[in-house]
Design a protein around this ligand. Structure first.
Ligand SMILES: *Cc1c(COP(=O)(O)O)cnc(C)c1O
Length: 420
């Protein structure tokens, strides 16, 4: 459920008309709903409450905006980060260091030190090599890094191949059949405090069965590690729960997800950790855009050219993803159009042969479900700059990220004098 709805024939975000935001901030612009973020954060938390000890870490990569992180913080969430930059953001948003989990296959020495110096809660190790390096750095600083070992369960999550992370040939985690041996070697290193296991098998998951299979394997591993005399106090079950992108699609609910875990993990006796991203932020944001032109070619589907492009919202170009597209003031007439941006690539196509509200030049429209993996994936391709981000809260709104102009980006570029 979200708070982007038609009122008297016009789309609102909570109690603010999107037309007003377009007027004051310009387009394209991302618009987030605080109430929607909070609602999703609470529904997810409540679904997991029966598990007992639970640590929730919002996946910063899904939406790293500082105001969004602040909302998550207020809801009691920590952060799952995958780079030093995300760690810095999480800290800047006010998240306590101990609530930060650091995932990612390529943590470098500088980022490891950054995490140790800040005192983050947990490093999720993705390889033995990484553990050895972190152990050396921590020991040299007289510290012990709290760690979980990320295990790759070799399970097909049944999602888009580019966001599948739990198959043996994906780069993430250690192979499940080597996990016990690697855990033992890492636990023997003085710079590490091995305290558990982690898994994250993919994103936009539409089926709980692969998760259940993965978690069942994690349960077996926990038992095996304990039988070998190891301490296991934490189990990080990752993120990945999918959300509907098309009106009418049905996904497993957080409640069903929680009930499945309660069944599979009832005897684990651990602190459960979660790293949700999309399920919290996805439907809490839209990308508001204006139609530049409607280009009609005889006997062909017209092109609805909007001012947003693949650099602002990359998912359709990257993964062929669907985003519902709706007029802000629908006229009650429908049309079929190809929804495209202005970028000089055929890939800059949001939708092909889409049945949509009839649109004319100057009309406003939204791409829905753009709150996760939207603004954060933006680039400045075609020298388009970065779009502004707005957060709505009831009947007020604030710009939570300024529009960054092309001039500001090329101000960082230099022409060496030997080119004169
Ligand atoms: C991307 C990612 C997440 C979040 O995934 P969602 O599908 O957005 O919930 C969680 N954990 C890790 C390690 C990730 O890489």
């Amino acid at each position: 459920m979200d708070f982007f709805q038609l009122r008297n024939g016009e789309m609102f975000a909570e109690d603010v008309s999107l037309a007003r935001i377009a007027e004051e901030v310009g387009t394209p612009v991302y618009v987030y709903s605080r109430a929607t973020l909070e609602r999703h954060a609470r529904v997810f938390r409540e679904a997991l409450e029966p598990l007992g000890r639970v640590h929730l870490a919002f996946a910063v990569k899904s939406n790293p905006n500082l105001a969004v992180l602040r909302v998550m913080r207020r809801e009691g969430y920590g952060a799952d980060v995958v780079s030093g930059g995300e760690m810095a953001r999480a800290l800047a948003s006010g998240m306590p260091a101990e609530d930060i989990v650091f995932s990612g296959v390529g943590k470098n020495a500088r980022e490891m030190r950054q995490g140790l110096d800040a005192g983050i809660g947990q490093f999720n190790l993705e390889s033995e090599e990484e553990g050895v390096e972190l152990a050396a750095i921590a020991a040299a600083q007289g510290q012990r890094a709290r760690c979980a070992l990320r295990v790759n369960p070799d399970i097909d999550a049944g999602t888009h191949e580019k966001i599948s992370t739990g198959k043996a040939d994906n780069k993430f985690g250690v192979p499940i059949d080597q996990a016990v041996a690697i855990y033992a070697r890492l636990a023997a290193l003085p710079g590490l405090e091995m305290r558990g296991l982690a898994m994250h098998i993919g994103s936009q998951l539409s089926d709980l069965a692969p998760l259940e299979a993965a978690f069942t394997r994690m349960g077996e591993l926990i038992a095996e590690l304990r039988a070998n005399g190891h301490t296991v106090t934490h189990a990080d079950l990752g993120g990945g729960l999918g959300v509907p992108y098309k009106a009418g699609e049905v996904f497993p609910s957080p409640a069903e997800y929680g009930a499945m875990i309660a069944r599979v993990a009832k005897d684990w006796d651990v602190t459960f950790m979660f790293e949700p991203g999309r399920v919290i932020a996805g439907n809490a944001g839209v990308l508001l855009t204006r139609v530049v032109r409607v280009k009609r070619n005889a006997n062909r589907t017209p092109f609805v050219i909007v001012d947003a492009a693949m650099n602002d919202l990359a998912r359709p170009a990257l993964y062929g993803s669907w985003h519902d597209f709706e007029a802000v003031k629908p006229r009650g007439i429908r049309m079929t159009g190809n929804i495209v941006g202005p970028i000089c690539e055929t890939g800059d196509t949001f939708a092909t042969d889409r049945e949509t509200d009839a649109l004319e030049p100057g009309d406003l429209a939204v791409f829905r479900t753009a709150g996760a993996y939207g603004a954060t994936m933006a680039s400045s391709y075609n020298s388009r700059g970065f779009v502004a981000e707005v957060m709505v809260d009831g009947d007020r709104f604030a710009v939570v990220a300024d529009r960054i102009l092309p001039e500001e980006i090329y101000a960082a570029e230099r022409v060496p004098e030997w080119l004169d």
